[in-house]
Design a protein around this ligand. Structure first.
Ligand SMILES: [Zn+2]
Length: 124
């Protein structure tokens, strides 16, 4: 169990804590506070910087998607271990709502651009 940053009880289960993020944060069953692992930006950067080039190189040599997915898995495993090691940080409901809106807008733009390419592009 991880310590809830609000009521300071060991109330948040480990899987919830590991997978908690700004879209689906961990909710404390005792006080209802929302939290995410206090992951530093350099940990994200490190996992990408170490694992992705390594396995991308293997992928080029071996021509196998297995290595690329293994690289992604290793990067996620690193982040999961890191998330276990760091304490939870309390976030507000407004942060979650803002992140969900941002993602919805990004995906909306992405989908719109795909549709535009499909119907508008392609020449002729
Ligand atoms: Zn709590």
């Amino acid at each position: 169990m991880k310590i809830c940053p609000s009521c300071e009880e060991a109330s948040v289960s480990l899987p919830r804590a590991i997978f908690a993020n700004y879209v689906l944060p961990a909710r404390c069953p005792r006080c209802g506070a929302l939290s995410v692992p206090a992951v530093r930006w350099w940990a994200l950067l490190l996992s990408v910087a170490i694992f992705v080039p390594l396995f991308a190189a293997l992928e080029l040599i071996e021509r196998s998607w297995l290595h690329f997915s293994a690289g992604l898995s290793a990067a996620f495993a690193f982040l999961a271990i890191y998330a276990l090691a760091v304490p939870l940080r309390r976030i507000e409901r407004a942060d979650v709502v803002a992140t969900r809106w941002l993602l919805a807008v990004l995906f909306g733009l992405l989908a719109a651009s795909r549709v535009a390419i499909h119907f508008g592009g392609g020449g002729a």
